[in-house]
Design a protein around this ligand. Structure first.
Ligand code: 3PG
Length: 401
């Protein structure tokens, strides 16, 4: 977006697709405004250069027009962060919206209603994309969290609006999740957690090609333990992924990647916040007990392995961190990454639960990059191309941060 000069933006109608899909409580209060704050730099840049911003997003997964999925509750926070009064349309296409757009002064923002109120959005219907496009002169995609969806407002619209460029947030996400991961400063460590190995296969396989050290945690480790012939008690195991776990360990060896599994675990007598728990070696999980976190020896081993790294990417918790007594491993990783960040290590937090963990520990602001995308960041880390990004490449506009 910074490639667009002042002359190109002054008085221009710019369609900005952001991902303002924020959580709301039952009273329609925003419980986490991260995605709104992340969208601000691009919008501010555009309005400060005299553009008329037509801001579009989805919220939730509505089936047709559903008041509880309206974008109206976002207007006060957006206005506050941008320092101007943001106007809001009751629709995202049609004559009323056109009227509001034509009345926009330079340097203003009109927030369109939830674009998913139209089923044509997710179906990526060209006629609908054309209607969205007809509102504006150029297109900026800053909706990283939705870039893995080929929808009308993320992909279809680019066919009708030239130029179509990336916003600052989208560009930053690509710089870190693709750039820093593909050409990392080494040693490069990847920390992958989460409950199931099946949901992280693509990420592990792709990172094994790039990293020097791979640390595994979370529920998925029990599938690896079992594949090694260890007893896992009543821990979560994906029986149909035992061979896969074995082949991932073999692949790590073949690639010269140092793959570390936790050496001890916190086991519990039930899956509950108030469960009875104890620390046992990974090789001695008793029958009837389930592993819910990594233990202190593992934390130490992981911290030592991370000590000399120059780039670290983290995706997925080390344990059931929603329960305080099983949050220690996940919090220890967050703290270690914060410490490394302070020493100039590039620290990247890829989406979802690990972001929540970093926020819970209060170290979000010190990380090099925290992704705003869950599914989108996973797909990028798996090495997939994102339709919302590819559509911009097709428009062949190079964008610098
Ligand atoms: C997300 O929250 O991951 C994005 O906003 C995408 O939402 P979706 O999964 O409903 O497409």
């Amino acid at each position: 977006v910074s490639d667009l000069t002042l002359a190109e933006l002054e008085g221009k109608r710019v369609f900005v697709r952001a991902d303002l899909n924020v959580p709301l409580d039952e009273n329609q209060n925003i419980t986490d405004d991260t995605r709104i704050r992340a969208a601000v730099p691009t919008i501010k840049y555009l309005i400060s250069n005299g553009a008329k911003v037509i801001l579009s997003s989805h919220l939730g997964r509505p089936k047709g027009v559903t008041p509880k999925f309206s974008l109206s509750p976002l207007v006060p926070r957006l206005s506050e962060l941008l320092g101007i009064k943001v106007e809001k349309a009751d629709d995202c296409v049609g004559p009323e919206v056109e009227k509001l757009v034509s009345a926009l002064p330079n340097g203003s923002v009109l927030l369109l209603e939830n674009v998913r109120f139209y089923k044509e959005e997710e179906k990526n219907e060209p006629e609908f994309a054309k209607k969205l496009a007809s509102l504006a002169d150029l297109y900026v995609n800053d909706a990283f969290g939705t870039a893995h969806r080929a929808h009308a407002s993320t992909e279809g619209v680019t066919k009708f609006l030239k130029p179509s460029v990336a916003g600052f947030l989208l560009q930053k996400e690509l710089d870190y999740l693709v750039g820093a991961v593909s050409s990392p400063k080494r040693p490069f460590a990847a920390i992958v957690g989460g409950s199931k190995v099946s949901s992280k296969i693509g990420v592990i396989e792709s990172l094994l090609e790039k990293c020097d050290i791979l640390l595994l945690g979370g529920g998925m480790i029990f599938t690896f333990y079992k594949a090694q012939g260890l007893s896992v008690g009543s821990s979560l195991v994906e029986e149909d992924k035992l061979d896969l776990a074995t082949s991932l360990m073999a692949k790590a060896k073949e690639k010269g990647v140092s793959l570390l599994l936790p050496t001890d675990v916190v086991v519990a007598d039930k899956f509950a916040a108030d469960a009875e728990s104890k620390i046992v070696p990974a090789s001695a999980i008793p029958d009837g007990w389930m592993g819910l976190d990594i233990g202190p020896d593992s934390i130490k081993t992981f911290n030592d392995a991370l000590e000399t790294t120059k780039t670290v990417i983290w995706n997925g918790p080390m344990g059931v961190f929603e329960f305080d007594q099983f949050a220690t491993g996940t919090e220890a990783v967050a703290k270690k990454l914060a410490e490394l960040s302070g020493k100039g290590v590039t620290t990247i937090i890829g989406g979802g639960d690990s972001v929540a963990a970093v926020e819970k520990v209060g170290v979000a602001n010190v990380m090099s990059h925290i992704s705003t995308g869950g599914g989108a960041s996973l797909e990028l880390l798996e090495g997939k191309e994102l339709p919302g990004v590819n559509a911009l490449d097709e428009a062949s506009v190079s964008v610098a941060v």
